[in-house]
Design a protein around this ligand. Structure first.
Ligand SMILES: [Zn+2]
Length: 241
């Protein structure tokens, strides 16, 4: 089954309408500023220093997300939920609006760089973009949602660091109030069974010593997590037998 973004990127004309390509380079387009530092300098020339510094910082985070995901600039902006299309729209933003945008893309970039593979990084961007869109969250609330310890006794960010992006998305959505938390302690016959945070696939990769597949950071964090989580430790023991 193709995921949403695969379907999307395969569609002809999904990135830019043909007319704008026919018209040649659009000098007022915002997206080229992400990678073109010379054009960026020129665009921000008359801006106040602080506004300019915040915009440059935001664009640097977007540029690092661009290299992490290998999406083109327009696609990336769309998946981040950015409503800005032109330099004039960017000019109209005030310093605080730009700073909120900076904090948001900084949060997405720092979360995405916890995992190694491009598909995991793309999944992080898409999931965070969706949560912010669905819940109309600001960047600060998104950070809080990622860091909040949920019903599984770990946070969404910890799930990301374990390489478990789907569980991370579920935990973040619950923390953001988009979804009821899973029944815990009191509910049902499995209420007292402690939650295993690692998927069987991840446990297999860990036991096989697949550092290159998981990335050093994820591999090491799994080791660290096993030291403090009895449920996952026992699951790894069982799988190793
Ligand atoms: Zn665990």
């Amino acid at each position: 089954m193709p995921t949403d973004f695969e379907r999307d990127t395969d569609a002809p004309g999904a990135i830019l309408p043909l007319t704008s390509a026919d018209a040649g380079e659009d000098l007022d387009a915002f997206a080229p500023l992400i990678l073109d530092t010379r054009r960026r300098e020129e665009a921000f020339r008359d801006w106040p220093t602080t506004k300019k510094a915040k915009a440059v910082a935001a664009l640097q985070h977007i540029a690092s997300l661009h290299s992490m995901t290998d999406w083109d600039e327009e696609q990336l902006l769309r998946y981040l939920g950015c409503p800005i299309k032109t330099r004039s729209e960017l000019d109209d933003l005030d310093r605080d609006q730009i700073d909120r945008c900076r904090l948001y893309v900084a949060t997405v970039a720092s979360t995405a760089c916890q995992v190694v593979t491009m598909s995991d990084r793309r999944a992080v961007v898409l999931e965070l973009g969706r949560i912010v869109h669905d819940r109309r969250l600001d960047a600060k609330s998104l950070r809080k949602a990622l860091e909040r310890t949920g019903a599984d006794d770990i946070s969404a960010l910890e799930y990301v660091r374990l390489g478990e992006i789907s569980s991370a998305a579920r935990a973040a959505r619950a923390a953001a109030g988009l979804r009821r938390e899973a029944i815990s302690e009191s509910g049902g016959p499995f209420g007292n069974v402690p939650r295993v945070h690692l998927s069987p696939g991840r446990i297999g990769q860990y036991l096989a010593g697949s550092r290159d597949l998981l990335g050093d950071a994820v591999f090491n964090f799994i080791g660290e997590h096993l030291g403090s989580c009895e449920a996952c430790d026992a699951a790894v023991e069982r799988a190793a037998q």
